[in-house]
Write a protein that binds this ligand. Structure first.
Ligand SMILES: NC(=O)c1ccc[n+]([C@@H]2O[C@H](COP(=O)([O-])OP(=O)(O)OC[C@H]3O[C@@H](n4cnc5c(N)ncnc54)[C@H](O)[C@@H]3O)[C@@H](O)[C@H]2O)c1
Length: 267
């Protein structure tokens, strides 16, 4: 599915629980070469180097560069170093949980909201602006989003970022069609990761899925299903798909209310 031997940049590796890691492993399983980005050395030491996070073998073979997406010079440097790419995965988001997420939606922490918008949304445009030359023969860019068809408690300003991100995906698809670059998003159901653990009330979101997903949804195992969809969008099988959000959520987002007892998955 992935073009064997070609290189894919997977941005946003924190630890082996990251969606980025599942995507990278899936690309490699099809013979693609993966370069990850890690935000900074502190993140690497705290999470990736954590005892038992990676086997010694994985630690030796993993190819990564540092990139804080808000650092223009570092991001430029990254794209000057990684060479030709067939695809880029943007798996990056941040919002201060103390101000932008929580029981109260309103906040006067406007600088936090700007930071959230920069990291979680604008950065996708930065990736295309600075990485376009690396996708010289055309290619595919995939971003990660979460259900924007409904409004969730606690998710607050991150929900706003995801809606903006999906609008940006469409704008970038229009802008980069002429470059034969496709831009899409995958909207994932809830998955256990570090970012998810920072969302107050994340267990409530998991409960929504257990009550409304027509297909069984496993917040750990289904990372693979999400990674598969990303890899599909990266691949030539998706050659005429751009500007889209592909929903991989067990069907929860189309269900009105909760499933009735007789509708619940038996597995
Ligand atoms: N986990 C879920 O339930 C879920 C569901 C739908 C979408 N997503 C999205 O998937 C993506 C990946 O999140 P995840 O759940 O794998 O969590 P994660 O914590 O493993 O990944 C988030 C990544 O964003 C990076 N990041 C934050 N600020 C950055 C910056 N300034 N520069 C560079 N990188 C920065 C972090 O270092 C981390 O690697 C995010 O866009 C997230 O919103 C997650």
């Amino acid at each position: 599915m992935i073009e064997a031997g070609k290189t894919y940049l997977v941005m946003g590796l924190l630890d082996p629980d990251s969606i980025a890691y599942a995507i990278g492993k899936t690309i490699e399983s099809f013979g693609g070469k993966v370069i990850y980005t890690v935000q900074n050395d502190i993140i690497k030491r705290r999470f990736l180097d954590r005892e038992g996070a990676l086997s010694d073998e994985e630690r030796k073979t993993i190819d990564f560069r540092y990139c804080d997406i808000t650092d223009e010079a570092q991001t430029k440097q990254l794209f000057s170093e990684v060479g030709p790419l067939a695809g880029i995965v943007h798996s990056i988001a941040f919002a201060n949980p103390r101000t932008a997420l929580g029981q109260e939606f309103h906040t006067d922490a406007v600088e936090d909201l700007k930071t959230a918008h920069h990291i979680s949304c604008i950065s996708l445009a930065t990736v295309l602006r600075l990485g376009q030359a690396n996708l010289g023969e055309g290619g595919s860019v995939v971003a990660m989003t979460f259900d924007t068809s409904r409004v969730y408690p606690f998710y607050n300003w991150m929900g706003v970022q995801k809606a903006a991100l999906e609008a940006l995906v469409k704008a970038l698809a229009r802008r980069h069609g002429r470059d034969l670059i496709r831009v899409n998003a995958v909207s994932s159901g809830p998955l256990e990761t570090k970012a998810a653990s920072k969302i107050p009330g994340f267990s409530g979101i998991e409960t929504v899925w257990s009550q409304s997903s027509p297909l069984p949804w496993d917040t750990t195992k289904d990372k693979q299903a999400v990674a598969n969809a990303v890899v599909f969008l990266l691949s030539p099988y998706a050659e005429k798909i751009t500007g889209q959000t592909l929903v991989v959520d067990g069907g929860a987002s189309v269900v009105a209310g909760q499933l009735c007892d007789f509708e619940r998955p038996t597995a």
